[in-house]
Structure formats: C-alpha cells, structure tokens
Design a protein around this ligand. Structure first.
Ligand code: KG4
Ligand code: ZN
Length: 319
C-alpha cells in the first residue's frame, strides 16, 4: 500500500510517501526563517506559506519516491491539533486531491503521529503496548497512556506554555535567537556545571502529571534584570533553565510508569531532539529498567512521514 502524508499544522509544510511502513520520501519546507524576527510563530504567515508551497512540496516528495499521483492508495493528513488556518490548508488540499484521485483520505492527530515516528525506525526491538507517550513540542506538552493507537488517555498536559514554547520565549529574553530550543541547547553545552542557577521546578500537586512553565520563565526574566549578559552568563542560564524544565518532565514520565506499571516509554516532538534530555532520560530509565524509544532528530520535528505511517496503520486496521 502506498500512502501520501500531508502535514501543515504549524510552521512546516511537509509531505511524505510511505510504502507498507517504509519511508520512500520525506520532504519538509519550513517557514521558520519568516518568524525569526518575531521570536515565535505568526499564524497568518504560516498559513500563507502553506498555501504557497503545498503543491510543490507534494510534487517533490512524489518525485523523490519515484511515484506518481496515480500510484497512491491513501492520503493521510493532520487534522488536529494545530493552528486552525494552517490545518485548513492541509486538510482542504488532501480532501480535494483524494476526491480527484478517487482514493480515501484519513485525518490524523498530530501528537499521536509524533509518537508513531518511533514505529518508523528500523532495527528497534518491538514496542510493547501499553506504553507511556510523552510529546514535547512548540505547541504541546502531553503525557499519555497508550493501550493501542485507538485506546489512549491523556494523563497530563501543560497549564500554560508548552516546553518548546518556553524555550523559544526564554531564548528571546536572553537574546539568543529563534527557534529557541537548538540555540539554548548549544549555549548550555558550553557550560561547565560548577555553579548553576537554581531555577524553580513546578511539580504542582503530588498526584498531578500536569506542567506549568510560567514560573521558570519569570524566574529567568527576574534573574537577568540589571545583569550584564556575558557569553558565560548566557550559557549558565541556558544550562540551568534546561535542567529545571527537564527535571520536571522526567519526574512526570517516571511517575506515570510507576503508577500505571508500564515499562515502555515513547518520546516525540521537537524538544526530544535535545541531547541533554536524551542523556538524562536514558540514565534514569536504565537505572529503573524501563525501555526508552525516541526517533532520530529528523523525525522529532514536524514531518509528514509520521502522519503517513500512522494513517496507513490505522487504515489497514479498520479495513
Ligand atoms: O515538534 P515541533 O517541530 O513543532 C511543533 O509541533 O510545535 O517542535 C518545535 C519546538 C520549538 O519550540 C523548538 O524550540 C523546540 O521544538 N526544539 C527544541 C530543540 N529543537 C527544537 N527544544 C529543546 N532542545 C532542542 N534541541
Ligand atoms: Zn509537532
């Protein structure tokens, strides 16, 4: 079966072709440079970018996969969650294409697709259901229990900013550029962790799996007030901010594994490409005997291969 995936939920216009769970092509065109001067995604700019590029991104992915429109059996498209104007471009495009080709179109949840990226990697030991899924991106921070891709429960989410969003905002505060995640990671890597700043960790209520990132963000804002930001100081803030955020995320994931007696953890979303987070999580899960799965960086960020993969699997299960 050959499936075309379409992803336009935020600032990436993406299309991919999958054949029976194997990626044939995966093309992403990003409007990130257009948002750079604002320090965050401007929805109207993102939607216009999708309108402009969706045709050529789709044609390019088909060319790369050496397929034509006539070879397609299914179209999978992200239909939630995301920026409404951006989602509308992808879903309208997919529906029109599906109608003209006479093939089915399946709507896909973007967060579930991020976790499905883990199933697209070759050579991983088979993932066991149920698993704990953690998605950390620019728009979402969610912890799930997945019993199957049709039976799942959201057990925690953020009450204010998503983790990636907090990275972007803190990067703006300390003036290191956009998108904030990779910039903060780069500065943090240069820090020799001798005298980190103890930024607050918002663990919220004892039984909660939710997140709140406004406290740590405000703490950074207060910290830099009347302070000269040398390169060393920026590295120190970057390291300390990263640690504060990741400590809470890891505590949530471990608590979920313990409560639901689950040993498999699947990660997804742009923030998961952070090497420090991976190292910390690997250490903890190794110690506790959990199995940790995360996609390579190209499949952590928004892409359409994950959408096509999940769409194909769900379609095959229901037919
Ligand atoms: O999944 P994604 O590409 O798009 C959304 O669905 O939002 O995630 C983008 C987010 C941005 O906020 C970006 O700053 C963050 O992921 N990000 C990172 C890293 N790379 C990207 N955050 C922390 N460390 C990174 N290395
Ligand atoms: Zn995403």
């Amino acid at each position: 079966m050959i499936t075309l995936g379409i992803e336009t939920s935020c600032d990436e216009t993406a299309a991919a072709v999958i054949r029976d769970g194997r990626i044939l092509s995966n093309v992403v065109s990003s409007s990130v440079p257009l948002h750079e001067k604002y320090g965050g995604v401007i929805p109207e700019i993102a939607s216009r970018f999708h309108v402009e590029y969706i045709n050529q991104v789709t044609k390019r992915t088909l060319r790369k996969a050496r397929k034509t429109f006539g070879d397609l059996d299914l179209i999978a498209v992200t239909d939630s969650p995301g920026l409404p104007g951006s989602l509308l471009v992808g879903t309208s495009f997919a529906k029109a294409l599906g109608y003209s080709l006479g093939i089915p179109v399946i709507g896909i949840n973007h967060l579930h697709a991020h976790l499905y990226s883990n199933f697209l990697i070759k050579k991983v030991p088979s993932i066991q259901f149920p698993f704990i899924g953690a998605v950390a991106s620019g728009g979402h921070t969610n912890i799930f229990v997945f019993r199957s891709f049709k039976e799942f429960e959201t057990i925690g989410k953020t009450k204010d900013d998503a983790i990636g969003e907090a990275f972007d905002k803190v990067a703006k505060i300390i003036g290191v550029g956009y998108p904030g995640g990779p910039k903060i990671e780069k500065y943090a890597r240069r820090f020799i962790a001798r005298s980190p700043i103890r930024f607050p960790r918002a663990y919220l209520e004892k039984d909660s799996f939710d997140f709140s990132l406004s406290g740590v963000k405000t703490a950074v804002l207060y910290y830099i007030k009347d302070r000269k930001l040398s390169k060393h100081e920026i590295s120190r803030i970057s390291w300390s901010f990263q640690e504060a955020v990741f400590d809470v995320l890891i505590e949530r994931i471990v608590k979920a594994c313990k409560k639901f007696r689950i040993k498999d953890i699947l990660l997804g979303g742009g923030v998961i490409s952070n090497m420090r987070l991976r190292t910390k999580l690997k250490r903890v899960s190794g110690r506790l005997g959990y199995r940790l799965f995360y996609p390579p960086p190209a499949l952590c960020v928004d892409n359409a291969a994950m959408v096509a993969g999940l769409g194909e699997m769900l379609f095959q299960k229901s037919h």
